[in-house]
Design a protein around this ligand. Structure first.
Ligand SMILES: Cc1ncc(COP(=O)(O)O)c(C=O)c1O
Length: 377
């Protein structure tokens, strides 16, 4: 058997990693400002994470969701406290798309409605419901929900939201805290505040997809908290497990759980909970949200000193995007192959920075030196 060829692959194979460093099969060392697509939150192979996972694996790795699992309760408690949502409930699953699917189900059960309001350029995952709410028709198969189930309105257009919600036909509104795949687009704070008010006024649950923008990356636990709002349902994955597949939905007390409505065989298994607990412990012990803010500000400032090479600098904390000017169109490629530095992309020309939140000042300076070197060549 061979692999089903769905990913365009770089000819690099990472075989070991530590902190913000990745080493390939030839022994080449890379600086990681991509975090494996915003997944590595506390750093590769963090010693506390590794030790906790090893200990748990020797005890018990999995049992079904038909028995008690105190690790799930411990995780729900710690996540509630650290995220500022202590009175919410947690449903555990395995990925971002699955978290969004379950959020849609909860909203639809509660409202008895089926339509979802989403935004231009949104990305919410690749399963049938999540991809239907993703503004990219080319990745939507005929199996996905029909176009009458999801309406897309322009981001920051509160009038369009108001007109749609006035029809009283929506089960939910879904929005990313910061649009990631679109190229790091932050909704305006005022728009988020008005969106919150409209959802409350029309009884429409507000789903905040914090799968990429959450878990401390922006300097706040969730990006939407920087706009001073609360969501009814918040979806998480990516950085939650630092590479171990785990996702979840944070659910407001307005939702009443019903046995059998939601479920997932692997959701909240012992190893997933241990990974997620280790991540939260390290975020707290090492003040990684504060670090994301400080290092993010430094990178932002340094990149803003290069208007001759980069434009459209944007983002919050360690979630940043910019375009290389046409003369430097090969910047991302050169960063990888000349300077040995991983970054993310969006479209053909946008560079996304999504490093582990433990990026040090020395590593940030190394990255800036690399950008200077390429620009000056
Ligand atoms: C904002 C957002 N939502 C959902 C997803 C889907 O997550 P997963 O790939 O874990 O299903 C992604 C993945 O990139 C994402 O960025």
């Amino acid at each position: 058997m061979h692999l089903f060829d769905v990913y365009p692959l770089l000819n690099i194979e990472p075989v070991s990693a530590s902190g913000c460093t990745v080493i390939d099969a030839q022994g080449v060392v890379y600086l990681d400002l991509y975090g494996g697509h915003a997944v590595i939150s506390i750093g590769h192979c963090h010693p506390h994470y590794v030790a906790r996972m090893e200990r748990q694996l020797r005890k018990i790795g999995f049992y079904s969701n038909s028995v008690q699992n105190s690790l799930q309760r411990e995780l729900a408690h710690k996540l509630g406290v650290l995220s500022g949502y202590p009175d919410y409930a947690l449903f555990l699953c395995n990925s971002g798309a699955e978290a969004n699917e379950n959020a849609f189900k909860l909203a639809a059960y509660k409202t008895g409605k089926s339509k979802v309001l989403s935004f231009s350029k949104a990305f919410h995952g690749r399963t049938a419901g999540a991809v239907a709410c993703t503004d990219k028709p080319s990745i939507r198969s005929p199996f996905s929900l029909g176009s009458d189930s999801v309406t897309f309105v322009p981001l920051n257009d509160i009038g369009a939201v108001e007109a749609a919600l006035a029809t009283q036909s929506y089960a939910a509104v879904i929005i990313e805290g910061i649009q990631g795949v679109a190229g790091i687009i932050t909704p305006e704070d005022k728009f988020m505040q008005e969106l919150r008010l409209l959802c409350t006024r029309t009884g429409t649950p507000l789903i905040l997809d914090e799968i990429q923008s959450g878990y401390g990356r922006t300097g706040a636990f969730f990006a939407h908290q920087l706009a001073g709002i609360q969501a009814d349902l918040i979806t998480v994955a990516k950085g939650m497990g630092n590479g171990f597949p785990v996702g979840g939905v944070l659910i407001s007390p307005d939702f009443v759980p019903v046995h059998g409505q939601l479920g997932a065989t692997f959701g909240g298994n012992h190893l997933a909970c241990t990974a997620a607990l280790a991540v939260l412990e390290v975020i707290e012990q090492e003040s990684l949200m504060e670090n994301a803010k400080i290092i993010g500000n430094y990178l932002f400032e340094q990149l803003s000193f290069m208007p001759h090479a980069v434009s459209g600098l944007r983002g919050r904390g360690l979630m940043m995007g910019f375009e290389a000017l046409p003369e430097y169109a090969t910047l991302k490629h050169d960063l990888l192959y000349k300077e040995r530095c991983f970054t993310g992309a969006s479209g053909s020309n946008t560079i996304r920075l999504l490093p582990p939140m433990c990026l040090t000042m020395a590593e940030a300076k190394q990255f800036i030196t690399s950008v200077h070197k390429i620009i000056n060549e």
